[in-house]
Design a protein around this ligand. Sequence first.
Ligand code: FES
Ligand SMILES: [Fe+2]
Length: 366
Amino acid sequence: MFIRNCWYVAGWDQELAPGALLSIKIIDDPILVYRTDDGDLVAMEDRCCHRLAPLSLGRLEDGCNIRCMYHGLKFDPFGRCVEIPGQDTIPSTARVRTYPVVGKHSWIWVWMGDPSLADEALIPPAVGYDDPRYILRHGNIDYAANYQLINDNLTDFSHLSYVHANSFGSTELWARIRPLIKVIDRGIRVTRWVGPEDQALKPDAPATKRVPDITGPTALFSTYDYLVPGVLLMYSAIYRAQDMPEDRVSWPDAEPIAANFTSQALTPMSETETRYFFSWGPRSVEGTPEMADGMFKVAQMAFAEDKDMIEAQQRIINLKPGNEVLTTADVGPVQMRAVIRKMIKAENGDMAGAPDATPAVLDAVS
Ligand code: FES
Ligand SMILES: [Fe+2]
């Protein structure tokens, strides 16, 4: 099951040219997104009301309308049929569903639930790849896996020691560090300090290697909000070790040596397919295009490592599902699943099909 009253990323805003027809399945609904000649975004069901052919095989006409290229019915941006070839009367039922859609932070956001509840303020505050504060690279990949498995992965970085030992250069000591996790509105916040004595990163790990001329011990700070349905917004920075707060939780007062930002969003296409959008890069103040390229190359390598593991995990679950034994590293995944479960329950009024929250584990580790 999925949350419906939620903004889902359909694609990259700047990359959708007028006249281009973007077809994507979002939570099992076929969606067509296009831009009119005036630049307005339109999202409608990618399913003609005549004989259910995909409208994404149609064409843009009059700068704003879509003609189905099966038998020629034409629809306006509100989904109303405005022309039936060879027929003067158009029945009022001849229409397709449209969805609230907004272009923001480089993403096209589609609201899949009740249109009267579509509030732009609920769009997660991602950083667009054209934001001048950062030099960001971007991409997307498809997973043959349920989005909740990827949410689990992104809310528990203990896997860095094993899955990403080669890309991010995390040592096995990394997995022993437990972040601070807080439930926030529509998600969780995960904050972590890694001091030099933690020896959590190999000396040649990209996070430390990227910044030239560092002398003395350094500490790594990262904090991210993870918001429904699966949006990760993470700020990471390297500080001089002496600037690390004693509580190892607070934001530092000092200026970092270097910092970077990543925005990532999961779009569940169905229960078994997920599209993963991401951007990453350094601050412009100390970053260079070469540094951005290098950072993105490492990130892409890491994303491929995650995909291999999670798709393999999904195959085993399909083959032989079973109970899981959770650990204290699972607090993030458990909290996030609880947030999603609660929202699905509020929308549906029952728990049928909602993902397990395993509250007993929360009690055991909180
Ligand atoms: S299916 Fe679209 S016009 Fe017939
Ligand atoms: Fe990962």
